[in-house]
Design a binder for this molecule. Structure first.
Ligand code: FAD
Ligand code: NAI
Length: 462
């Protein structure tokens, strides 16, 4: 039993980043984690393993489709599934081990086990109760369930099961055309699985800029993914290791079913707060299960804070990290601020999608006067050479002030390119500021500049 300035419950990107910032600011800090390894959902079963699988299968796709044209002849690689999973596990191990090193380096105690809060200022783990002036709940999220769909993590799986299937399925239904569905659906489609994505709404990636949605759907269809949109899943059954998914088309109520080897349920995630004792403490929780906080991540109970997937806002690792730093700085008496208007979103499909700020549709609905500058990667020499001509950069600026309001990129390195625009937006830049910034040739980033030029007198290579 010990006494701390801060105890953080949960060592995901929110919790571990917060712990490091607390320690850097001179606060005696401990982190409680019930998993065997640090890093939370993101490092263990989320961002990192999924990106390893995306990378491996993207390499395969590249070898199968583009090597010959570049004069790289010879045997196309065959897939050693066991080794691919080992590679993924090694990547996870390197990253979770790295967080353990950072905890030691920053003199943060890792209290192993599942924590609860018996009273403000107290954290109980196993038989021990520890004192803390401040408690930060960073307990993350878990997959949302779907009525009539029972997950066994073998035939009907969440993203966690999908990242460790015993073999590559011949056929798969993905329920939900959101980020997980499209990323993991892409992985299996590239491995030869017949993938059908069944989505409740009439669009994939709801809420995203319509131009991006159209281009992404077309690109994924070209890679073999099939989409059934406007379909309400009624349920799944499992027989002889096969699953049957039944759905009704919303337009005419007609019922259909698909029999496949694997069903991936990817219909969103919900906050995970089980076992923390928040109800008994009287911590306010929203009807969506999110811990309610103010702008400084304080709950309604003094000394208890919450961040990351467990609270409101996009369920993204970098959002959790920013909140982790901000809550630590607030506890240390500083005045941090997270700008929720400039949180990028990335979908790691091929082509990749990077977006920040408002979509054209939302701005138009709000009655804003805007101008749109668009530039196709077909006009970008580097992209064309690298078989990455599909896609574009779209920048939206205020029609009068030229201030950048949003940007939407589909194409090579979109998830990296978007940050140039994030920085510009943080500084309140105008499209002309980007357009007048010299960009190295030949780089993908020239397409960003060209889109900014298109907001003014016109792109050069269009
Ligand atoms: P988490 O990462 O969920 O961590 C919470 C931790 O708290 C867990 O380790 C849990 O074991 C622990 N915990 C909970 N309760 C207790 C308790 N009582 N005692 C002790 N420990 C406890 N986001 C991105 O930004 N980019 C991506 O590419 C991306 N890819 C993803 C891919 C998949 C397949 C999934 C599922 C998610 C992905 N995400 C991605 C989302 C991202 O993983 C989450 O937004 C992020 O992990 C949230 O961080 P967090 O710290 O709030 O919670
Ligand atoms: P999501 O919210 O992105 O997508 C869920 C999809 O399922 C939506 O399109 C929704 O309309 C659909 N849906 C909901 N109920 C349905 C039903 N009954 N039948 C059919 N479709 C239904 O959630 P997802 O993909 O599960 O991801 C969870 C979280 O993880 C997201 O918040 C996301 O931010 C995060 N994540 C982020 C990644 C990234 O940043 N690249 C990668 C993977 C996950």
């Amino acid at each position: 039993m010990s006494s701390y300035d801060v105890i953080i419950i949960g060592a995901g990107p929110g919790g571990y980043v917060s712990a490091i910032r607390c320690a850097q600011l001179g606060l005696k800090t401990a982190i409680v984690e019930g998993r065997d390894t640090l890093g939370g959902t993101c490092l263990n079963v989320g961002c990192i393993p999924s990106k390893a699988m995306l990378h491996a299968t993207e390499m395969l796709h590249e070898a199968e489709h583009n090597f010959a044209e570049m004069g790289l002849k010879g045997k196309t690689p065959s897939v050693d599934w066991k080794q691919m999973l080992t590679y993924k596990e090694n990547v996870v191990g390197q990253n979770t081990g790295g967080i353990e090193f950072l905890m030691k380096k920053n003199k943060i105690d890792w209290i192993k086990g599942w924590g609860s809060i018996p009273a403000a200022g107290k954290v109980k783990v196993g038989d021990d109760t520890h004192d803390a002036k401040h408690i930060i709940v960073a307990s993350g999220s878990e997959p949302a369930s779907l009525p009539g769909v029972e997950v066994d993590e073998k035939t009907v799986v969440t993203s966690t099961g999908a990242l460790e299937l015993g073999k590559i399925p011949k056929s798969m239904v993905v329920i939900g055309a959101g980020v997980i569905g499209l990323e993991l659906g892409s992985v299996y489609a590239r491995l030869g699985t017949d993938v059908t994505v069944v989505e409740f709404l009439d669009t994939i990636t709801p809420g995203m800029d319509k131009d991006i949605v159209r281009a992404l759907k077309r690109a994924l269809e070209k890679q073999g993914l099939k989409f059934v949109l406007g379909a309400a899943v009624q349920g799944t059954t499992i027989k002889n290791n096969k699953a049957t998914v039944t759905y009704k088309l919303r337009k005419d109520d007609s019922e259909h079913s698909l029999q496949v080897d694997t069903v991936l349920v990817a219909t969103g995630r919900k906050p995970f707060t089980k076992g923390l004792g928040l109800e008994d403490l009287g911590v306010a929780i929203s009807d969506r299960g999110q811990i309610k906080t103010d702008d400084h991540y304080r709950t309604n109970i003094a000394g208890i804070y919450a961040i990351g997937d467990a609270i409101d806002g996009p369920m993204l690792a970098h959002k959790a990290e920013d909140e982790g730093m901000a809550v630590a700085e607030g506890i240390a008496g500083q005045h941090p601020h997270v700008n929720y208007g400039v949180i990028p979103g990335v979908i790691y499909t091929h082509p990749e999608v990077g977006t920040v700020g408002q979509s054209e549709d939302v701005l138009k609905k709000e009655g804003r006067k805007i101008k749109v500058g668009k530039f196709s990667f077909m006009g970008n020499a580097r992209a064309k050479a690298n078989f990455m001509g599909d896609g574009f950069v779209k920048i939206i600026a205020d029609a009068e002030t030229d201030r950048i309001l949003g940007a939407h990129i589909i194409g090579p390195m979109a998830g990296d390119l978007i940050h140039e625009i994030c920085v510009a937006m943080e500084f309140g830049a105008a499209a002309e500021d980007l357009a007048r910034t010299c960009h190295a040739h030949p780089t993908y980033s020239e397409a960003v500049r060209e889109a900014a030029l298109a907001c003014g007198n016109g792109a050069i290579h269009a």
